[in-house]
Design a protein around this ligand. Structure first.
Ligand code: IFM
Length: 446
């Protein structure tokens, strides 16, 4: 297929046209689940994470993604699980390193695989939402300096054009980049993710480049995907998934804790969401070089703001742990405060960016499924309240369908509605009680 992508005939519409927004609004609420390629597919041995996992000490317990859930082979059965819950949406990511194993060499067989996944969704009445970048990059792109080098962006955009043309007649919902702020800070400030850099100035450059990549990718998709796959009047519905986390002062009375929390909130949450909503890129934290950049392509690049919500952290300027769970609060298996009602607060805050919102992730690491049923109920109630209050929320994707490879935490964080046996990922998935709870809660709201 032509890397510039010759679009098929169909409908394309811009992001800011109120009529098209109305059309999207009439679409049914998206009730879904999410996964990402490297976390579930298995065998993704051509990307930066695979290499990172081989380093002793990089991943909790020495885990490696390995065969993961073997979702690459088992996607049809896994989609049967989604259909079994009567959901109408599935978010998954395409693995760039499979699709473009060497610069400019595109793998048609890999593209055919993802077409088959999108078609399998459609055949089950499930709207596919495709993420183009979910943390991993091809080894060759990492060798060129990855996201740190602005001049590398055209590689990504060329890839996006090819995918847009190749999947556009099956896919309308796109996520350009997942959690640019998380990748920036984990990969380049705390250094716990590849490439393991500890330099906050470089982290800000990476986040800026990812925001610019979102903008350029969005425009590339609007050019290459002109087919309205589901007949709702829109060929592309595009957003980025922003990790929104509450950052509150650990000691409410201490001015320096307030300052630390508010500085972090401004850069991690507000600055990123503002850019995604078409504003300027302005990233600044003490002790790092500020990045200011006007990217005209950001205007109109987002049809919605993807909100990934999990928890809140209590922030302090002092002590060995600058961020921790609230003392005495219930925590999940990874030590994150369990705070589903925080989703309502996140949606309230995100309304300020004046975009429709989709909760593109929300979930809990809870192997015993002790907390998850209640977490789901309370999260959905928070959405109900936000919508009743006028918030334009158009979907909720629970994270995750399956237990998966949880990045630096390896296999210790079990987020799945379905448990996976990682000793033998070909064994049947095991439904946790919360899978039924989610299905029932969705059914009640239809
Ligand atoms: O598993 C991750 C996902 O890849 C991105 N958002 C947060 C999830 C839980 O940590």
């Amino acid at each position: 297929m032509d890397v510039n992508g010759t679009p098929a005939a169909g409908v394309t519409q811009g992001a800011t046209d109120p009529a098209t927004r109305g059309a999207a609004h009439r679409s049914p609420f998206l009730w879904g689940v999410g996964t990402s390629a490297h976390q579930v597919e298995g065998g993704n041995d051509r990307n930066d994470w695979w290499d990172w996992e081989q380093r002793p000490g990089a991943i909790h317990g020495g885990d490696r993604s390995g065969a993961a859930c073997r979702h690459y082979e088992r996607y049809a059965e896994d989609l049967d699980l989604v259909r079994g819950l009567a959901l109408n949406a599935y978010r998954f990511s395409v693995e760039w390193s499979r699709l473009e194993p060497e610069p400019g060499r595109y793998d048609d067989a890999a593209l055919a695989h993802y077409r088959a996944v999108a078609e399998a969704c459609r055949a089950r009445g499930i709207a596919p939402m495709v993420t183009l970048h979910h943390f991993t990059i091809p080894r060759w792109f990492a060798a060129k300096g990855g996201w740190e080098r602005r001049e590398n962006l055209p590689h990504f955009i060329r890839f996006v054009r090819w995918v847009g043309a190749g999947l556009g007649d099956r896919v309308d919902h796109w996520i350009t980049v997942n959690e640019p702020e998380v990748l920036g800070f984990y990969g380049y400030a705390s250094g716990i993710w590849p490439p393991g850099v500890s330099d906050r100035s470089r982290a800000l450059v990476v986040i800026a480049n990812l925001l610019e990549a979102h903008a350029l990718a969005s425009h590339a998709l609007r050019e290459t995907d002109r087919v309205d796959a589901d007949g709702d009047g829109r060929a592309t519905i595009i957003g980025a998934a922003k990790h929104w986390v509450h950052l509150d002062p650990r000691r409410a009375w201490h001015p320096l804790d307030w300052l630390a929390a508010s500085v972090q909130h401004r850069v991690f949450n507000v600055a990123v969401a503002r850019a995604l909503a078409g504003g300027p890129i302005e990233l600044s934290i003490p002790g790092a070089r500020t990045v200011r950049r006007r990217v005209d392509a950001l205007a109109g690049s987002s049809d919605f703001l993807g909100v990934n919500f999990y928890t809140r952290w209590m922030v302090s300027l002092f002590g060995k742990d600058p961020r921790s769970a609230r003392r005495g609060a219930p925590v999940n298996d990874l030590g994150w405060e369990i705070q589903p009602e925080g989703l309502g607060r996140a949606l309230e805050a995100c309304r300020a960016f004046e975009l429709p919102m989709i909760v593109t992730e929300s979930g809990i690491a809870d192997a015993a499924d002790r907390w998850r049923p209640d977490f789901i109920r309370r999260s959905l109630e928070a959405i109900d309240r936000a919508r009743a209050d006028g918030a334009d929320v158009r979907g909720y994707y629970h994270w995750s369908l399956l237990d998966n490879f949880e990045w630096a935490d390896g296999y210790q964080g079990r987020f799945g509605l379905y448990a996976v046996d990682f000793e033998d990922p070909m064994l049947p998935r095991r439904a946790r009680p919360s899978a039924g709870v989610y299905a029932a809660e969705v059914a009640r709201r239809r």
